[in-house]
Design a binder for this molecule. Structure first.
Ligand SMILES: Nc1ncnc2c1ncn2[C@@H]1O[C@H](COP(=O)(O)OP(=O)(O)OP(=O)(O)O)[C@@H](O)[C@H]1O
Length: 320
């Protein structure tokens, strides 16, 4: 098998990964990389192949093609060497159900040479309030917090977090985000899959967007926000009656602003998004056009594109 060269600082390297189920390539030649001291977010619609990819990196599934290296090692063949250096938080927690929460964390900590301080970790993730409760009886968010604690207690060099804050209350989510930032500053390579665009926007140094088993866009958040439109200009959004003629609004903008590159879309019934070289005069042109059409908008706002806008542009609005 050919061996891939890992660039300096690359903790996880995936090249041409392929995974097939029932003759269907659910991962179809996927490339990505995660570096030390950085948060790498893997985003994608349901069924895009994120978990399959991450599980190949964790050694839980064997690739059908391509290569995966974690800390320079093969996650399946070198699983025993990687165990102490890789932390994994699975979507379903993956914890034994009959054990008490804190006992479980203490036990996991004993398996590592230099574990984190269990008391401190339990405090910061709020585990002490349910320390004596068995895993079976924990709420979804409590179980998630315990799973995160067990993933990081051994001071791993690489951590895989699969939707770490899903189902958590806002307080817990902030505690998780603080911990992720601290891991990054300690030099840990954090690989994060999430459906929360604000989480990715806030935490990620690099984002990979996966669809149909491939990476369709990669970059820092600012790079992704300006890609496509080529501009960081704000978006104008308006709520008004459905079915306005977006083509004439675009033509009006082109006529009054004497430039092109305008895009006007009714993203949902009665919700319009205007992108282009927006600014004060473009906003005036939009309201001028509305007045000419005899339309009173319910709301007009301006703001920059969000990662969610980029994600929907890249992957479409249809359900998976
Ligand atoms: N063991 C399996 N057998 C058959 N099909 C599978 C298996 N595991 C995953 N799949 C299929 O592979 C595709 C990718 O699944 P995967 O869990 O990797 O997606 P995902 O991007 O993590 O989705 P989600 O956002 O919903 O978690 C899905 O269509 C899924 O049904």
């Amino acid at each position: 098998m050919p061996t891939i060269e890992a660039p300096p600082g690359a903790a996880v390297v995936v090249r041409g990964l392929r995974k097939t189920y029932g003759g269907r390539d659910v991962v179809d030649g996927l490339d990505l990389q995660a570096t030390e001291g950085a948060v790498t977010a893997v985003l994608g619609p349901n069924g895009a192949g994120k978990t399959t990819t991450v599980e190949c990196c964790e050694g839980l599934r064997s690739p059908d093609g391509g290569e995966v290296r974690v800390l320079g090692l093969d996650p399946v063949d070198d699983a025993h060497r990687l165990r102490a250096r890789v932390g994994v938080m699975l979507q379903d927690g993956g914890l034994p159900t009959g054990v008490r929460a804190l006992e479980m964390l203490r036990h996991v900590a004993t398996m590592y040479a230099a574990p984190r301080d269990v008391g401190e970790l339990a405090d910061r993730l709020g585990l002490t309030s349910f320390a004596r409760t068995t895993v079976r009886r924990l709420s979804g968010g409590q179980r998630q917090r315990l799973a995160l604690a067990t993933a990081v207690v051994g001071r791993p060099a690489v951590v895989f977090l699969d939707e770490p804050s899903a189902g958590m209350d806002p307080q817990s989510r902030h505690a998780v985000w603080d911990l992720v930032r601290e891991l990054r500053s300690e030099g840990v390579a954090v690989v994060l899959t999430t459906h929360l665009m604000d989480e990715a926007e806030d935490l990620a140094d690099v984002v990979h967007v996966v669809d149909h088993g491939r990476v369709i866009a990669s970059g820092t958040v600012p790079e992704l926000l300006t890609a496509g439109s080529g501009t960081a200009a704000p978006t104008i959004r308006l709520d008004a009656r459905p079915g306005l003629d977006t083509a004439t609004l675009r033509a009006h903008l082109e006529r009054t602003r004497h430039d092109g590159g305008w895009h006007v879309e009714e993203s949902a019934p009665g919700e319009y998004v205007v992108t282009g070289a927006t600014g004060p005069s473009a906003l005036a042109a939009v309201t001028d056009w509305l007045a000419g059409e005899g339309v009173l908008a319910r709301r007009v706002t301006t703001g920059r594109r969000t990662l969610e806008d980029v994600f929907l542009d890249l992957t479409g609005r249809h359900l998976r």
